[in-house]
Ligand binder design. Structure first.
Ligand code: FAD
Ligand code: NAI
Length: 327
């Protein structure tokens, strides 16, 4: 039997590639530095309940992704989320309903990648630091100095700056990944024992430090002891305050939230801040995926396309397609 294909990253891009390759009869082995799958679609367990701190929902516009999402819905991994949407601009909160279907993992965002992992082989808490090629095969080295391999091909499904570092064996691909700028996002979660008296369930914020806020509990399948809210800062505020201590991030964004939300906001019973260093590419691209078919090394992720869940999934599919066409 030939050596398996290594996939670095168990976010939606890595798992999309893994499924496409496995469906084509290939043997894949996944690695992730995190404790579990999901990457930026991960959810965090907390005393206030499980919180979606990264991707809040996703939309599906490409037919292939729509088909996949329908399948996930039939399996019970996703449900549609139709929140009471608002917009905040010129110092005012106003309803902003629309017809856009939006999807969420259920009962938490991470349910999707957990389900996609199924019986795939994955090694967690394993940060890959080097990807190198011997005579015939690829090897991976992790941060503990352990070597993994041999592999026939390597597919890197991490954010662009992390991919650039792992693409050293393919300098052109490394340069392409290094040229993609990614922006940080500060996320804050708040929990209140007494539910807030607001009709808002999701809000696009057009001014100030916040870009988005949502009632986590308004999503299907969520329960928990508290009324939980997730706030996301804008890229520019997050960049300017990238090293601010977490307590100060919580305090500042909570203050902005309290001024905007249009109801009394008591001291939260729970709060946490999470910094996503590589939250989104600063612009959309049309790369699809990076490929060096001769060497057998590939890279994919949201940064190759739209910087959204759908873009990441499509990029994983494209990387798998490029690999398969070169076999
Ligand atoms: P990731 O999810 O980042 O997966 C990469 C994986 O690689 C991670 O699990 C990481 O641990 C692993 N990894 C990295 N380096 C290494 C290494 N050296 N060794 C081993 N493993 C490694 N999209 C939407 O469509 N809708 C939204 O509402 C939305 N909101 C968002 C809000 C926030 C705050 C953030 C951060 C993102 C949001 N997004 C949203 C974007 C969406 O989450 C991403 O586009 C998508 O999840 C990216 O998937 P990915 O597989 O490309 O990368
Ligand atoms: P979408 O179609 O719901 O939203 C796209 C954009 O359109 C929104 O950001 C908002 O500006 C505007 N919009 C949509 N509906 C609106 C309404 N009813 N009222 C007012 N404005 C509205 O979702 P899509 O295209 O799938 O985008 C994904 C979302 O993920 C976006 O909101 C994007 O900002 C967010 N995202 C956030 C990241 C972060 O790091 N914070 C990273 C990547 C995506």
């Amino acid at each position: 039997m030939s050596a398996p294909i290594a996939i670095i990253g168990t976010g939606i891009a890595g798992l999309s590639a893994a499924h496409a390759l496995r469906n084509a009869g290939q043997n894949v082995q996944l690695f992730d530095k995190g404790h579990g799958s999901g990457g930026r679609m991960a959810s965090k367990r907390s005393e206030a309940g499980v919180l979606d701190l990264g991707a809040q929902y996703f939309t599906a516009r490409d037919r292939r992704f729509l088909d996949a999402v329908q399948k996930w819905r039939d399996e019970g991994w996703v449900a549609d989320w139709d929140p009471d949407l608002y917009e905040y601009r010129d110092g005012r909160l106003s309803p902003s309903p629309d017809e856009q279907p939006r999807w969420v993992g259920t009962p938490r965002m991470s349910a999707i990648t957990r389900a996609l992992l199924q019986d795939l082989t994955a090694t967690f808490c394993c940060r890959i630091t080097e990807v190198y090629r011997g005579e015939e095969h690829w090897q991976l080295q992790d941060s503990e100095g352990k070597t993994h391999g041999p592999f026939s091909h390597v597919l890197i499904a991490t954010p662009a700056p992390q991919a650039a570092a792992l693409l050293a064996s393919a300098p052109k691909l490394a340069a392409a990944a290094a040229s993609i700028a990614m922006e940080p996002t500060w996320a804050v979660a708040l929990g209140f024992r007494e539910p807030l008296a607001t009709p808002v369930q999701g809000c696009f914020v057009q001014e100030g430090p916040l870009s988005w806020l949502a009632s986590n509990r308004s999503k299907p399948g969520r329960d928990g002891q508290m009324d939980t809210w997730v706030l996301h800062a804008t890229s520019s505020w997050s960049r300017q305050h990238v090293d601010l201590p977490k307590e100060q991030v919580c305090e500042t964004l909570r203050g902005t939230f309290a001024e905007m939300i249009g109801c009394a906001v008591p001291e939260p019973d729970f709060s946490l801040a999470h910094r996503w260093l590589y939250a989104r590419p600063s612009e959309a691209h049309q790369i699809g995926a990076l490929a060096d078919g001769g060497l057998g090394i590939y890279a994919c992720g949201d940064w190759c396309l739209s910087g959204r869940v759908e873009g990441a999934w499509l990029s994983g599919l494209e990387a798998a397609r490029r690999l398969l066409e070169h076999l």
